[in-house]
Design a protein around this ligand. Structure first.
Ligand SMILES: Nc1ncnc2c1ncn2[C@@H]1O[C@H](COP(=O)(O)OP(=O)(O)OP(=O)(O)O)[C@@H](O)[C@H]1O
Ligand SMILES: [Mg+2]
Length: 385
């Protein structure tokens, strides 16, 4: 792995400079001290104070070098060697404890900029938010001071770690266990559910949405996504969830086909909701293309613009209609993904999640999906009522 920061190499440059001038300074300074102290203890005339005069005098033999100066120089050299050995031993011990990334710590915040992330600072934020007992998510310890670094409940964070480096064990699972309110977790593995379910279930229900059998979890609840659709505006919003989740990231919406698909799909969602039909019926209508059932439902409930729009689409030539229906068919295919869990009718013996009464309701919702982009696509998040 490369150094965490290119500036980290500056330490090596500084060391080279010190290695070059250090010995000269130590030998010169040591000789000066030894000559003066030795002359003083031998009771002879003090040598010149100026270093150059002293060196010139010593070289030419004009300045005497008593035996006391040799003894003092030897003692100083011995002390220097012992000191250097002690420093090296202490440094080697510390280096064993320091992680490679700790070198980057000197480029991070310190002092006052960390106050909000101390236990006291995070607790103050938590209390302002009406949360007691828990200040936030413990991220780790500050390298320089050793104080706890806490992510307050108000803050967001993003973790970029390599695979199998401890993201789940050291970040995700502790964060879920400490959360004072509702938690929504998404994953492509079951380890997070296994690590948190027993604790979270003690205070509130835990819902696991696993249509692709990532966690081998049997559906034990039901939820009707169309319960959210009470008018044409909400039908359009639900359509947007499917559209955004189905588009390739970065791709531009098609100026002709995408608006048509939005019209068709939101009319069908509205019709299915009004007719109290399951969301999978929408997929069947889109595949069928010519069904008049949604038109009749919309007509019955007085949605003139919607049913007339659908009628005009149905009257198009087969080939053109095929092209127009292809986009809503792809978008609505995500509705099949949740078939084991969703449906407009209560399933016997299965509960249905209600929108939490508030953010303090400690329910946990786990959504599982495989990493692959192949169908069925990731189901959209449950929209807010
Ligand atoms: N502090 C630790 N000491 C020893 N083993 C650990 C420690 N933290 C995690 N592990 C082990 O390292 C492995 C990877 O941990 P974890 O599943 O948390 O990583 P991850 O980054 O979430 O992995 P993935 O990328 O697969 O999601 C696991 O087998 C876990 O038991
Ligand atoms: Mg993980």
């Amino acid at each position: 792995m490369s150094a965490p920061n290119r500036k980290g190499t500056g330490l090596g440059d500084g060391l080279e400079i010190w290695l070059a001038i250090g010995p000269a300074a130590v030998i010169g300074g040591g000789s000066w001290v030894a000559a003066h102290l030795g002359s003083w203890s031998a009771g002879i005339k003090a040598p010149p104070a100026h270093p150059i005069d002293l060196i010139a005098g010593l070289v030419k033999g004009r300045v005497p070098w008593p035996v006391q100066s040799t003894v003092i120089a030897a003692v100083m050299a011995a002390l220097l060697v012992v000191g250097a050995v002690l420093v090296l031993v202490a440094w080697a011990k510390g280096a064993g404890k320091r992680a490679r990334v700790d070198k980057a710590a000197r480029y991070l915040g310190r002092g006052k900029s960390l106050t909000a992330f101390s236990e006291k600072g995070a607790m103050a934020t938590a209390e302002r938010l009406g949360i007691k007992d828990t200040p936030g998510i413990t991220v780790g310890r500050v390298v320089s001071t050793g104080q706890k670094f806490i992510q307050p409940w108000e803050d967001l964070s993003i973790d970029i770690w390599g695979p199998r480096t401890g993201k789940s064990t050291s970040r995700v699972i502790p964060a879920i266990l400490d959360a004072p309110g509702a938690v929504v977790s998404t994953s492509n593995k079951r380890d997070v559910v296994d690590g948190t379910r027993s604790v979270r279930a003690q205070t509130a229900p835990v819902w696991v949405f696993d249509p692709q059998k990532v966690a081998q979890e049997e559906p034990d609840w039901w939820w009707n996504p169309l319960s959210y659709v009470t008018d044409e505006e909400k039908a359009y919003k639900l359509t947007q969830h499917f559209a955004v989740g189905s588009r390739t990231p970065g791709s531009k919406p098609d100026a002709y086909f995408d608006p048509k698909a939005e019209d068709i799909l939101s009319s069908y969602f509205l019709a299915a909701a009004l007719g109290e039909l399951p969301i999978t019926q929408v997929y069947l209508w889109v595949t069928e293309q010519v069904s008049r059932a949604p038109i009749e439902i919309l007509k019955e409930h007085g949605y003139e613009l919607q049913y007339k729009g659908l009628e005009s689409t149905l009257k198009l030539a087969d080939k053109q209609r095929d092209g127009i229906f292809d986009t809503p068919r792809r978008w609505s295919s995500a509705s099949r993904a949740g078939t084991p869990c969703v449906g407009s009718h209560p399933r016997p013996g299965r509960p249905s999640p209600r929108p939490p009464a508030g953010s303090s309701t400690p329910e946990t919702s786990h959504s599982h999906a495989r990493r692959s982009t192949s169908s069925p696509r990731k189901a959209p998040d449950r929209p807010r009522p």
